[in-house]
Design a protein around this ligand. Structure first.
Ligand SMILES: [Zn+2]
Length: 323
């Protein structure tokens, strides 16, 4: 997420953790919103061709061999879900906010049977799950809890005027937007290999951001779908369900894979990233946890560690300090 979006998201933080003592004034909010929207489209999209299946909510891009990015650019999360095609089956890796009809987009892109798998169960990635019959998931406390759906202030915030650069799709309002319950139809095991026909995806457990975070690896193509464990922007590591020690292990594990990778497909902002960045992300995070790095306040109770092309947002009381 962008700097400006992080500022906007401080409003959400009031809801998540009650950590803002002075909520942003309305004028600050609208200033940041104007700037956030004015920055779109991101320059990285200039080299990609917008596909005809795009509509006024989702932008669709072919980003790899048999890999479609389904991007929600007009909502502040800028979530990217991915449709990954094999010869016999397809995987939909995340379903976005549930504000637009992602099922209709997927139908236009493939007639193969589709199974949904989530990178993790935060609300910006599971919103469209209810539209699909086949949902495979790792089984953790968080993933099971989230499958019951959600209708709280945080969900409403995602459909608020502050979160949007354009009107919601027809029929969707802030009042009627909820995360609908969905049925996990199959439990997937860590390390499981999903054979889609002509393409095998390996399920990698990378807990930290949440306990149910996974990555998908296509070894043959050199593709890695990183979820929220890496994207170009501030990486959120301040939620209650985040475990920093687990995240450190996971990001180092991904960094070790980077020499054999060709492309990263992250779950926010930009869909094609050079895998070499993972080494810098892991090294930087190791330093953060050693207590040797300096940070700046992002908002009350949360600090930002800024690096070239990414940053980490951590709760102040969770930051290790050198003795
Ligand atoms: Zn996310």
């Amino acid at each position: 997420m962008s700097t400006l979006k992080a500022l906007m998201l401080s409003v959400m933080c009031i809801v998540i953790c009650g950590c803002l003592s002075d909520p942003l004034s309305e004028s600050t909010l609208s200033d940041s919103l104007d700037t956030f929207c004015a920055k779109l489209p991101r320059p990285e999209y200039a080299e990609l061709d917008l596909h005809e299946s795009s509509n006024n909510w989702f932008e669709v891009y072919l980003v790899g061999d048999g890999v479609w990015a389904i991007y929600e650019p007009h909502q502040w999360q800028e979530v990217i879900s991915y449709l990954i095609l094999g010869d016999n089956q397809a995987i939909l890796f995340d379903t976005g906010n549930g504000l637009g009809d992602i099922h209709a987009i997927v139908k236009k892109l493939t007639s193969l049977p589709v199974t949904v798998i989530n990178s993790h169960s935060h609300i910006d990635h599971i919103g469209g799950n209810y539209q699909f019959e086949n949902i495979a998931s790792v089984s953790t406390v968080f993933s099971i809890e989230r499958s019951a759906g959600l209708n709280d202030a945080l969900v409403k915030e995602e459909a608020s005027a502050a979160a949007l650069c354009k009107p919601l799709p027809e029929g969707v309002t802030q009042a009627n937007h909820i995360i609908r319950p969905y049925q996990i139809t199959r439990v997937i095991a860590v390390g499981e290999r999903l054979d889609l026909g002509g393409r095998v995806l390996e399920v990698l457990s990378i807990p930290g951001h949440t306990d149910d975070s996974i990555a998908l690896l296509d070894k043959e193509a050199g593709y890695l779908w990183t979820g929220d464990s890496y994207y170009a922007g501030p990486i959120w590591l301040f939620a209650d369900e985040t475990d920093l020690v687990d995240y450190k292990k996971s990001i180092n594990y991904l960094a070790k894979l980077s020499p054999q990778l060709v492309l990263l497909f992250p779950a926010h902002n930009t869909p094609r990233v050079d895998p070499k960045i993972l080494i810098g992300v892991a090294n930087s995070f190791n330093k953060v946890l050693s207590g040797s790095e300096t940070s700046k306040p992002e908002w009350d109770g949360v600090q930002r560690f800024q690096y070239d092309g990414f940053s980490f947002l951590l709760r102040e009381d969770a930051i290790p300090k050198l003795e």
